[in-house]
Design a protein around this ligand. Structure first.
Ligand code: GDP
Ligand code: GDP
Length: 455
């Protein structure tokens, strides 16, 4: 494809990068103050600072893209967990359980100066049960004299402790090499691996939007049991539910059930749970409670789904509560706040009365179809040719950047690479994306557009 000044390697490289499937997930877990956030910052090279350490300010970002030795992976940072929501042990265990569930490999951080505590031992049990690969990070080994402390951690039975100083960077490279040895190339549960298996749905939304009610409704009243006591739930976290003649896997429903954690102040926990569910799902059904104004938290959850590259359905729940006035304002709010996701199928439901439950499955199917759409290269390029002819990029500095050709690098969600003769402005990219959607649909899916410029 030595087309118009791009050599074949360049094109192949761009496609490789843009077409990469889901990345494996590495979770960093451990007790509070062992240095998880410091380590995450270190791994990210502080490119994306994990800050906001003022008490009371919850961090909701929990996953980051990281790279080591040319390999990319997702990093789940559990350092933001507020320890006062539950007792320390319960919170560490719950947080760890979720992070482990979502991860393909785990870095378990222990404070080598303190040594292994009972809480650490409890986490080790969870790790054993999970069977996931683990790298034991003996942190706060700031110098050679600390190595002996690290050696004590052999007692945890997780193999060789990696002596690290997250603060100074000592040993982190060796530890990451070890991580890459055990981290799978792709997530265990990749989309390809479940071809023909049940499609995976994440039911997400802020606390009290009606997630468990909706799950109850679709699964049949008795299928979902709400446990009010932390740690009493021992059920599998996913639930198979038959709907519309096929079986769906609702992922991470255990999280939905554990109502106790959804109390005030557990925002970070809720985010972690949402991220974990998204990690495992193909399509996200985001519930919005129409009895209240659309909130920043709703928008954040929708962004998380979009950023995770999942298909998206918006379910406006508690429709039974709407009066005319509230309905008027709701539509204004949607116009104002949700234009960015206009492409998501919308259903107006009531988990209480069962209203429009039958519309949920078709909406999910539409979104999944959009998510998997592949546009043949020929069609794409004749479409791009028309755009360039009818709506050329504005002239900048006496030059007119032009799209030369394009190709779809991947699906789930659709990812396109455009090759251009010059820098394409954001406005023009958005215009191209809009036209792509008009032409090819992509209902219910984010669309990624990257541009390569000929030097
Ligand atoms: P988290 O709660 O596990 O995320 O822990 P933090 O990353 O917030 O670190 C807790 C405290 O330990 C902070 O004061 C850090 O500066 C300190 N810390 C983290 N890593 C190291 C280390 O390698 N050596 C030393 N001496 N202190 C560290
Ligand atoms: P979750 O925290 O998202 O799982 O929310 P729940 O399912 O626990 O619901 C929170 C509250 O909203 C409960 O009191 C439900 O009875 C109520 N609720 C859920 N769905 C509806 C609905 O469609 N209409 C009305 N009026 N109330 C609802």
């Amino acid at each position: 494809a030595a087309e118009e000044g791009f050599d074949a390697d360049e094109v192949a490289g761009a496609l490789d990068e843009a077409g990469q499937g889901p990345l494996p997930v590495l979770a960093v877990i451990g007790r509070p103050n062992v240095g998880k956030s410091t380590l995450v910052n270190r791994i990210l090279g502080r490119r994306e600072a994990v800050v906001e350490d003022r008490p009371g300010v919850t961090r909701d970002r929990v996953t980051y893209e990281a790279e080591w030795a040319g390999r990319r992976f997702k990093l789940v940072d559990t350092g933001g967990w507020e320890q006062d929501v539950l007792g320390i042990d319960a919170s560490v265990a719950t947080q760890a359980e979720f992070a482990i569930e979502a991860a393909d490999a785990v870095v378990f951080v222990v404070d080598a100066k303190v040594g292994a505590t009972d809480t650490d031992e409890a986490v080790v049990k969870l790790l054993r049960k999970s069977g996931k690969p683990v790298v034991l990070c003996a942190n706060k080994v700031d110098g050679p004299s600390g190595e002996a402390d690290a050696a004590y951690l052999w007692s945890l039975g997780l193999g060789e402790p990696q002596p690290v100083s997250a603060l100074h960077g000592r040993g982190t490279g060796d530890m990451l090499d070890e991580v890459l040895r055990v981290l799978p190339e792709a997530p265990a549960d990749t989309f390809g691996a479940v071809l023909g298996g049940p499609r995976r749905v994440a039911l997400i939304g802020r606390p009290n939007v009606g997630k468990s009610s909706l799950l109850n409704k679709v699964a049949g009243e008795d299928r979902v049991v709400v446990h009010d006591v932390a740690g009493t739930t021992r059920d599998p976290v996913d639930e198979l539910i038959e709907l519309g003649g096929r079986t769906w896997k609702f992922v991470d429903t255990a999280g939905i059930r554990r109502r106790v954690h959804l109390q005030e102040g557990a925002d970070y926990y809720a985010s972690l749970r949402t991220a974990a569910a998204l990690e495992k799902a193909e399509v996200a059904v985001v519930l919005v409670d129409v009895s209240e104004s659309i909130s920043v938290q709703d928008l954040r959850i929708i962004s998380m789904a979009v950023d995770a590259g999942r298909a998206l359905v918006l379910a406006y729940n508690k429709w039974d509560t709407l009066d005319e006035e509230r309905r008027f304002y709701l539509e204004r709010e949607i116009e104002r706040d949700l234009v960015q996701v206009q492409w998501a199928p919308r259903v107006n439901v009531s988990a209480r009365t069962g209203r429009h439950m039958e519309k949920l499955v078709p909406a999910i199917e539409t979104a999944l179809a959009g998510w998997e759409t592949r546009v043949p290269t020929g069609r794409l390029n004749s479409f791009l040719g028309e755009i360039v002819a009818a709506h050329p990029h504005p002239v900048r500095g006496g030059k007119q950047p032009r799209i030369l050709f394009g190709t779809q690098a991947g699906t789930k969600p659709p990812r396109f690479v455009l090759f251009a003769s010059g820098f394409l402005e954001a406005g023009y990219r958005r215009f191209v994306e809009r036209r792509l959607r008009e032409q090819f649909g992509f209902e219910g899916t984010p669309v990624h557009l990257s541009v390569r410029v000929r030097e």
